[in-house]
Design a protein around this ligand. Sequence first.
Ligand code: SF4
Ligand code: SF4
Length: 330
Amino acid sequence: MPFISKILKKERLSGFLERLVRDRQVFAPVKKGEVILIREIDSPSQVILEYRNAKESPKSVFFPQRETLFRYRAEKGRVLFGIRTCDARGLLLLDKVFGGGCSDPYYTDKRRDTVVVSLGCVEPNTACFCLSMGGGPCSAEGSDVLLLDLGDRYIAEAVSEKGAALLEDQAFEEGDEKSLSLAEKNRKKAEASMQPVAKKENLGEELERLFSEPVWKDLAESCLSCGICTYLCPTCHCFDLCDEAAGQAGERIRVWDSCQFPLFTQQASGFNPRPTVKERFRQRIMHKFSYLPETQAMLGCVGCGRCVTECPVNLDIREVVTSLSGGNAR
Ligand code: SF4
Ligand code: SF4
C-alpha cells in the first residue's frame, strides 16, 4: 500500500486525540514532576509533544517491567461429607449432563477432585420416595463412601478407589460381621418404612401419549411458576449465560435458570413456545420422566422430597406421577 500523506493542523490535534481516547488505550508523553514519561492518557491535555525525549523508553508498553504471564493455584482436594444418598445419586445425572458427550470443565474439574461421603437414611422423611425412583435410603450410588449409622458407630462402605483411599485414615477399623448384619437390618427397616409411589413402568411412553391431553391444565392449575421446585432439586440443571459489562471490562457468568419461569423459552421475536403454566409444568414432568430416561437412561427425579415439602401451593410430584400413571392421587 502506498504511503498516504496528510496534514494535521495543530488546532485539530486535541479533537483527534479525544476521539482516540474514547475507545482505545492511548499512550503518549506526559510530564510527571520534572521528567517526561510515556504513560496511558485519558485526556489530550496531558500530552506533551514539545520535549526532547522521554526518561524511559516506550518498550514497557509491549514489554512491561513486571508482567504476570499466568496464574495458578494449587487446589486442595475436596470432600462432600454427610450428604443424603438421594442427593449423591442425583450427582450421577449431573455427571451425565455435564460430563457426557460435551464435557463441561467447570463441573467436571470440581467433580473429579471431590470425594463424596453420603450418610444412609435410617429414618427417611415422610416426603421421601427414593426407593420408588430406583434408589434407596441406603443406596451407595453416586457416593464414594456410604456411612450407615449403627448407634455408637458408623459402618463405612467404600465404593470407589477415591472412597477406599479415604478409609485408609487411622480413624477407621476393620468391619465385623455383627456391624454388617446390623447395617443390613437397618437398611431393610428404612426401606420398609417408605410409602411407595404408584408409578407406571412405562411412564415415559405414557407421558408421550398424554402430551396433548387436557390433564396437564388440571395438574398445573395451582402452580405459581415460582421455580422453587427446580432450584432445590438435586438433578435440575438448567442455566443461563450472561455477559456483564462495566465500561471496557466484563465477565461472562453462568446462573441457574428454571424451566418454570415464563421467560425461560421466550424467543427474541416475542414468541414463547411455553406461554402458560400448563406447558411449563408439563415440561418439568416430561423432562424428568420421559426425556431424561430416553437420552440419559436415568430418571430426572431421585425422590429427595424437597419439591414436595417446599412447594408453596403443596403441589406434590408423587401425586402427579400417580395421577399420570392412571392411579388415584391422595
Ligand atoms: S414449587 Fe410448586 S408452585 Fe413453584 S414452580 Fe414448582 S410446582 Fe409450581
Ligand atoms: S423429589 Fe422433587 S426435588 Fe427431589 S429429585 Fe424429585 S423432582 Fe427433584
